[in-house]
Design a protein around this ligand. Sequence first.
Ligand code: AMP
Length: 405
Amino acid sequence: MSTSTTARSQGTVLVVNSGSSSIKYQLVDPAGGDAIASGLVERIGEETGAVKHVAGGTTTERELPVADHGEGLRIVLGLFDEVGPDLSAAQVIAVGHRVVQGGPVFDGPVLVDAEVERQIDELSPLAPLHNPPNLTGIRVARELLPDVPHVAVFDTAFFHHLPAAAATYAIDREVAARHHVRRYGAHGTSHQYVSHEVAAYLGRPVEQTSTIVLHLGNGASASAVQGGRAVDTSMGLTPLEGLVMGTRTGDIDPAVTFHLMRNAGMSVDEVDDLLNRRSGLKGLTGENDLREVHRLVDEGVEAARVAIDVYTHRIKKYVGAYAAVLGGVDVIAFTAGVGENDDVVRALSLAGLERLGIEVDPERNAGRKKEPTVISPDGAATTVVVFPTNEELAIARQAVAVVGA
Ligand code: AMP
């Protein structure tokens, strides 16, 4: 994060991401792209919560009980008053809220009103872990900051117009329609931001560029983007489908669920918990963080070596599939915690794809990348880039577009 003291003609945006027991926030200068302040409230509703506020090079940390999201946000606003920056001087022109599931309703950011709140609530069955806390965050923020417009930015919006061939599950059409079963995708804000910004960075017109974005964080997803529009993505009805993740399986035969329910006596909730929270790298090695998995590999743990093979094999399959969907790929962009930092994963995921025009230069690839970095050799048919994502900035810019500042 960089800080800025320069004048901001356009004003700032407070970006809020409310989880079930946490509130992440960032005060963003959408024009310059700087984060002016950021922070995190954790363990909301538990005996002791934790608050961390970073501004002007100073970190303020507090341990105190935080009863609910309303109290959490009140504490955050108190910290802005106490240690700065002063929110009235910062000219907050909008609050941008991350909302995970926009379902079949939202194909872009919207100004929040009572009707939008109702619709986000109605979409909760499609994202039971995410939409309810997202909505709680919106409600308390609107109460505490009533004079500023609030904008909801949906993680699914970039994939709203996926071609039917990519969005449709081959199940009974009436069942699918009645229960809104389709592929919605997720991480859309990041995929949109990276696919567009990487084209600009490479000096290519986005309208004429075919890109695969590999968003590899604790959650992980791939997208195929053609001419700036998403044409396929790896996450489905929920963020469980697709790549292997920190704690999620990614693609798996759905019959595993029936098998475990019929033969292992597991309930729906137990299988849900297994596939979402006790699988992926965590299930294979006991660790969900790739740094820890590499440490286990160094200690000679065979299961950890296999886990990295499973993880990167899945990425490679998606790269091949999306190269086919796109009819050839101009740019591959690695982003998020793993994509930006893990050179081993990047190298293994694209190894052996030279005949597709995809190559990684070991020297360029080496190490963590805090700045956009081309890691393919000069003259390669596909330009491979590490491109840091910035979801907060993307949300801030979408909020500005809605309020028309
Ligand atoms: P994110 O969800 O984008 O914040 O990414 C978090 C994940 O990034 C962690 O769980 C790690 O697996 C991974 N990560 C972060 N730093 C590193 C690193 N230096 N090397 C490898 N993986 C990393």
